[in-house]
Design a protein. Sequence first.
Length: 189
Amino acid sequence: MKISRGFALSCLLTVAASPVFAAGFSLGDVANAVSGAQGTNKAAAAAPTSETAGLLGALTKQLNITPEQAVGGTGAMLGLAKNQLGGSDYSQLSKSVPGLDKLSGNNALGSLGALSGMLGQTGGSKTSGLDGLLGNVKDTNDLNTAFSALGMDSGMIGQFAPVILQYLGGQGASTSVLGKLAGIWGAGS
């Protein structure tokens, strides 16, 4: 389905002018949702940036998981990384992939909420139970719990790690930081 630019822009401006945006949504969020809705990848539509959309798309395709699992699993793994990496290492990682920080920990809930809305789910979805989990991933036990809440077993962590590491490496993350992440996620060095 091809949507004209004029129509998409008028829809974007109409939505942007609505009172919903007083709740903290930005024009960028709407633009990402509109561009993602034109395609078929719902995980990409929930991503805060085009860079993170590539990561989420790769996860859903390579691991045959749902967009919700891709966003939540990535959020949990990045939450653990944020809690265990030194501040300068995580800062360098965030600079390598714009929008990555919006996927880590509780920030992933915003993407999950947007995704649930696009899929027609209401507030009673499983994302409400993830609230305390994604923002509080301090160790591998917490990571396992978060993956379990998303309907995945802990073995999926080992499948997420190489996809995320490969993607981050392709985006310019340093070898040093990638090695530390591999250790944190139990993916070897």
